[in-house]
Design a protein around this ligand. Structure first.
Ligand code: NAD
Ligand code: LMR
Length: 329
């Protein structure tokens, strides 16, 4: 058995659909490593139903006899859930239904991130890092980060990794190659249909993807909307939003953030990069430097088409920020 100190992972919405697909993988070592013990600190809303369901999830975690699961905390109190947490995974919030856009969730979900941002800032570990999944995740993470006085903005990230995975899978399918052949595909901007899956720098088998696909019209008019609206297509097909693929993307998001050298798409405080407005959280490629820390990859030159796509998704993020201005600390 390993002698490493357990890492505390807080997960909100732990009895929800994504929670159910996520917790078992964290406890099995998929996220932080096969020799890294974890303590799961699980938060659910204070209703009898949610707390009972949370107990059921914990019973199943017990029944897995995971060697790496050092302890579990079940609670309805954010200050208990985030106490000394090294990672806080903010999943808990309403999902959208058919016919809705993720931004329609802002008024309901945004306020969750005021209280949770404050609680994390108050009680989480000094090395605390946060990943927001609850939608609309770019703006929710901005709300949480705006409440923090102790933790710097770079600690707060939101997930666009599902979009990167979707974008790679669709390029591989179109080219008729293995997913392992597709590289350098990064997501810019909002986790919404305006996101820009940058096919202009993507590679297939080491060659420019556009050259391999040989159909720019498909890339611009079919591929981009298909990646951007994949979440809605899943809702249409399943009757509820993506859960297993979302949990898998969150595992990828964190695992790559603790693996130095990995380059991957993360929504971070833009600091004006790639033409995004200052202070917005926008997807872009980052390179992990030391576990949990990253630098932005700023070397991609955007052509006029890419710039116009980035401008659109930036405008939407600015609009979302205006909608929640009263929620920003
Ligand atoms: P779900 O309804 O199945 O589960 C959400 C859970 O969160 C519920 O159990 C609910 O009780 C709990 N919850 C609600 N408010 C809470 C709070 N304040 N504190 C703690 N728990 C709370 O939904 P889901 O399918 O698990 O999706 C969760 C969120 O993730 C949704 O907002 C969804 O849109 C989003 N999502 C994001 C991505 C992405 O790529 N960023 C992908 C898929 C889903
Ligand atoms: C997704 O992309 O699958 C999630 O954000 C859920 C949704 O509302 O689309």
């Amino acid at each position: 058995m390993t002698s490493k100190t357990p890492i505390r992972v807080a997960v909100t919405g732990a009895a929800g659909n994504i929670g159910y697909a996520l917790l078992f993988r964290i406890a099995s070592g998929d996220m932080l490593g096969k020799d890294q013990p974890v303590i799961l600190q699980m938060l659910e809303i204070p209703t009898e139903g949610a707390q009972k369901a949370l107990k059921g999830v914990a019973m199943e975690l017990d029944d897995c006899a995971f060697p790496l699961l050092a302890d579990m905390v079940l609670t309805d109190d954010p200050k208990v859930a985030f106490k000394d947490a090294n990672w806080s995974l903010l999943v808990g919030s309403k999902p959208r239904g058919p016919g809705m856009e993720r931004a329609d969730l802002l008024k309901d979900n945004g306020k969750i991130f005021i209280a949770q941002g404050r609680a994390i800032d108050e009680v989480a570990a000094d090395d605390a890092r946060i990943a927001v999944v609850g939608n609309p995740c770019n703006t929710n993470v901005m709300i949480a980060a705006s409440q923090a006085k102790r933790l710097t903005a770079d600690r707060f990230t939101a997930m666009v990794r599902l979009d990167e995975n979707r974008g790679r899978a669709q390029l591989a399918k179109k080219a008729g190659v293995s997913i392992n052949e597709v590289s350098d595909l990064y997501i810019y901007g909002n986790h919404s249909p305006t996101m820009f899956a940058d096919f202009t720098h993507a590679k297939i088998g080491g060659k420019p993807a556009a050259q391999v696909i040989g159909d720019e019209t498909w890339l611009k008019n079919d591929y981009l909307p298909a990646v951007g609206k994949r979440g809605a297509a899943i809702i249409e097909a399943r009757g509820q939003s993506s859960a297993a693929s979302a949990a898998n993307a969150l595992i990828d998001h964190i695992r790559d953030l603790v693996t130095p050298g990995k380059v991957h798409s993360v929504a971070i405080n833009s600091e004006g990069r790639y033409g995004f407005a200052e202070g917005l959280w926008a997807g872009m490629p980052v390179k992990t430097t030391t576990p949990g820390a990253y630098e932005v990859v700023t070397t991609y030159e955007m052509d006029d088409f890419a710039k116009s796509k980035i401008a659109l998704t930036n405008d939407e993020l600015v609009g979302e920020r205006d909608t929640v201005k009263d929620m920003l600390g």
